[in-house]
Design a binder for this molecule. Sequence first.
Ligand SMILES: Nc1ncnc2c1ncn2[C@@H]1O[C@H](COP(=O)(O)OP(=O)(O)OP(=O)(O)O)[C@@H](O)[C@H]1O
Length: 361
Amino acid sequence: MALTKDALIAALSDIPDPSGSGNLVSNDRVRAITIDGDAVRFLLEMPAELAARAERQRAAAEQVAKTLGAAKASVLLTAHNDGSAPKAAPPPDLKIGRHPTQQAGPQKVTGVNRIIAIASGKGGVGKSTVSSNLAVALAQQGKRVGLLDADVYGPSQPRMLGISGRPGAGDDGQTIIPLRAHGVTVMSIGFMLADDEAVIWRGPMLMGALQQFLGQVQWGDLDVLIVDLPPGTGDVQLTLAQKAELTGAIVVSTPQDIALLDARKALNMFSKTKTPVLGMIENMSTHICPKCGHESHIFGNGGAKAEAEKLRIPYLGAVPLDMSIREAGDGGAPITAADPDGQHAAIFQGMAQRLIEGGLV
Ligand SMILES: Nc1ncnc2c1ncn2[C@@H]1O[C@H](COP(=O)(O)OP(=O)(O)OP(=O)(O)O)[C@@H](O)[C@H]1O
């Protein structure tokens, strides 16, 4: 049989789950399958108490990949610590995208200590990549982390975190049970939509959806909820600042003038809504050629740092433009999860540490 993702998933569904019911696929344990020629790698994510006794399943999964023709197969076990196996509950019977309800001023989200929004002025600068990697890096440092994908127009966290399931409904039928991946509790509008369904909500519906995500999702006790905002300065950003007590926002920009110009608009919006800006991150900063090692600055470099200095806001660091960051994110495991000891993971881990040391998480 050919070595394809579908063939691998079919074969992995023959391996019983260590919980004693279902298999590795039906229990949603398989993440971030990458097939590169005849080399295969993927993750098996288990609740902590199962991960400790899942070595047999890991070895069996590696063997399955080899039987399908992989010359090299690398399967990593990762653990999360909520103790519960993923629920195969039916999707909640909730209408997401209803009109907002009246609310007096910004409110705390039950059980959530801090809320940090990740924003950008311009689309495609890597806001979702930064959100997922920061969330995983904070979880790796022992924090209880949630990630709300509020990018209602183009939710990318389900793909970036390799989650394909649907959230379940709480026993009361009124709440949504979020999903978990790479140690992070996740909710995204993408979980509630069919693959080819586009979101065409206007302002009030968006506000209603965001309010539901903040108020009706069973986030549990979190040290921090990271909110991946849509690009720009629209309804969602304003609603979040009005409805939730934000600890602050982090603005992501590439070094180009045009992106920085838009980043300035985002910073301006946060100043109007009195949201503290916790820092700026420069993404796609330098590019090191993997063949010759030459360093080039495709979008320029240092622009975000200079801008942060000018505006007297903290500069949290630069992330290089690198194929492995894109491949990891697009393959379902952010680079901090896919290669936790690597140089790129270290950058996000450093940023997470700075946030922790600064008392912001
Ligand atoms: N540092 C990086 N190196 C290589 N690729 C990157 C990097 N950062 C982001 N990318 C890739 O660029 C694309 C856009 O990134 P991402 O989705 O994170 O941006 P975004 O700002 O959230 O976009 P949107 O405006 O659509 O919400 C993705 O394919 C991602 O994998």
